[in-house]
Ligand binder design. Structure first.
Ligand code: CP3
Length: 355
């Protein structure tokens, strides 16, 4: 019976990749590896292409964004591309005045601090972001055509990490103003975070419509929150950002070991990204058998002599065996001064060491 045979046909293309299978909880014969911030300043070919351009302008030039996304895949042989963009791109698409200052990070012309500021910003319909995201869809589609069987990971910023920049007006250490708003004016906070969730969701949808095989939500600064504040003021909005996504979901935070199980967002998440502070076997035990772990090579050790780094990577791989499946990655992004040869060696090691 032919129809019966067709039902048995294994997936092909990116759906059959080691990364997507790991997200579904399957261990294949290959340990998938990619690096957060693999596209960017560690690559000389990136620095060359970026001369005389502004970061956020490049993000909205489909051909440039596509080319930069592909650079680390060609060079390192990683098992996934991560879309070259930034967490603040959907805010720019919403008409918010934002620039990325080199060496500093996102800076906003008008910080969003008062109820009136929140009123002003949330007037923009997130549907407008979806409409303005055509260059994103186009860049993603170009990347996916080039990638063939290699999956593309799309991403967005989680509402708290975006608010940490937006309320402060720029980078800050402890995100005091965003955390203060939660308690001083909870109604405005929830309105702002709810709006940011919709904007990030629109950005994710543009990427999955373009062909991304998985998405990662970055809550890079969630570690500054208390467990109680994370649960009351943040987790529901991160859940909303990911709820409508039609591909596997990865959720990543830094310093979130105190509430790692909350990072599963009630079970809608397929993988949790773990920073370098929590040994991966401990993380896997905490998270349980229904979620894949991603991580967690210490970015600091990229500067260590190779035998030291090699032993560390083996240790991470061994600890990852406790989880239902493991995606090898760093515990946070590639530092800009990393020797790219080191990343290439880690990929080779991961593929030799196997699963
Ligand atoms: O390779 C990839 O991971 C994809 C590209 C990517 C960028 N930003 C490109 C980028 C991704 C996934 C991001 C997400 C992002 N942006 C996060 C979450 C990830 C994390 O690292 O925690 C955050 C917090 C931001 C905000 C942001 N944008 C910062 C803090 C900076 C660094 C500023 C600096 O110069 O040190 C940026 C700028 C940025 N985003 C660069 C790149 C390649 C550097 C811009 C340049 O080349 O001048």
């Amino acid at each position: 019976d032919i129809s019966n045979d067709l039902d048995q046909v294994a997936p092909t293309g990116p759906a059959a990749s080691a990364l997507v299978r790991a997200l579904h909880g399957e261990r294949s014969d290959r340990l998938p590896v990619w690096f957060m911030r693999q596209a960017g300043r560690s690559l000389p070919e990136y620095r060359e292409l970026r001369v005389g351009t502004r970061m956020l302008d490049v993000c909205l030039e489909p051909e440039l964004a596509a080319e930069i996304t592909l650079q680390p895949v060609r060079r390192h042989g990683v098992d996934a591309a991560v879309f070259f963009s930034d967490i603040v791109v959907p805010l720019r698409l919403a008409g918010i005045e934002v620039e990325i200052e080199p060496g500093r990070g996102p800076v906003f012309a008008h910080p969003v601090r008062s109820t009136a500021d929140v009123d002003r910003i949330t007037m923009v319909d997130p549907a407008e972001v979806a409409a303005a995201a055509a260059p994103i869809r186009e860049a993603v589609a170009m990347v996916c055509r080039e990638l063939g069987d290699t999956p593309l990971v799309g991403f967005a910023g989680a509402p708290f990490t975006l608010a940490a920049y937006l309320v402060e007006g720029g980078p800050s250490k402890e995100h005091l103003r965003a955390r203060a708003m939660m308690h001083a004016d909870p109604e405005s906070w929830h309105r702002l975070a709810g709006w940011l969730a919709e904007v990030s969701a629109a950005f994710l949808k543009a990427q999955t419509d373009g062909g991304a095989s998985a998405v990662q939500l970055f809550d890079s600064w969630a570690g500054s929150l208390s467990v109680a504040d994370y649960r009351a003021f943040v987790a529901p909005h991160s859940t909303a950002a990911l709820a409508g996504v039609t591909v596997p979901r990865i959720h990543f935070g830094v310093g979130t070991d105190r509430f790692l199980t909350d990072m599963r967002l009630g079970g809608i998440v397929d993988a949790v990204g773990v920073d370098w502070r929590t040994p991966l076997d401990e993380a896997a035990q905490l998270l349980g058998p229904d979620v894949t772990v991603q991580g967690n090579i210490d970015p600091a050790l990229l500067q260590a002599p190779w035998p030291v780094l090699e032993a560390h990577v083996h240790d991470v791989i061994n600890r990852g065996r406790v989880a239902r499946a493991h995606i090898l990655n760093l515990g946070h992004g590639v530092p800009p001064d990393t020797d790219p040869e080191v990343l290439t060696r880690i990929v080779a090691l991961a593929h030799e060491a196997g699963v």
